[in-house]
Design a protein around this ligand. Structure first.
Ligand code: CA2
Length: 146
């Protein structure tokens, strides 16, 4: 059976493609979802792609992934820089997590340089736009094959 991967997106990522294309690119979240499904098909994975603006909903999904998924790709949005709750949920989940950011958070404002998620992630990809999601799925796929 195909490994099930949750691809989770945090606050305001539903606005992609409508504003700030110079920072986040022109692709919409629906475009990124389509790229993830295309990559998943090639890699033999089953992707559940979700977005929420609510921190608690993201926590619930991370817990659900701990029970029902083989791994997580997450772009926690601004909660990256604020959320102990997301970090604790990931640490408790025990499944590999790849943290993705569209922009290079280290080339931006100092408050974006710290991530609560990175220390509990298996890996971090940032600054590569939508390609980062596909690379994260490829990384999880090779981790699962190892
Ligand atoms: O680079 C990323 O992927 C971020 O996770 C995006 C977050 C930001 O808070 C992180 O520091 C880095 C923000 C997502 C907001 O996306 C928007 C898209 C279009 C218009 C406005 C916001």
């Amino acid at each position: 059976m195909a490994h099930r991967i949750f691809v989770l997106n945090g606050p305001n990522l539903n606005l992609l493609g409508t504003r700030e294309p110079s920072v986040y690119g022109a692709k919409t979240l629906a475009d990124i979802e389509a790229s993830c499904h295309e990559a998943a098909k090639r890699l033999g994975l089953a992707v559940a792609f979700r977005q929420s603006n609510q921190e608690g909903v993201l926590v619930d999904w991370i817990q659900e992934a701990g029970r029902d998924a083989a791994g997580i790709v997450i772009n926690p949005g601004a909660y990256t820089h604020t959320s102990v709750a997301l970090r604790d949920a990931i640490a408790a989940g025990g499944k590999p997590v790849i943290e993705v950011h569209l922009s290079n958070i280290y080339a931006r404002e100092p408050f974006r340089h710290h991530s609560y998620v990175s220390p509990v992630a298996a890996g971090v990809i940032c600054g590569l736009g939508a390609t980062g999601y596909v690379l994260a799925l490829e990384a999880l796929s090779s981790m699962m094959a190892a």
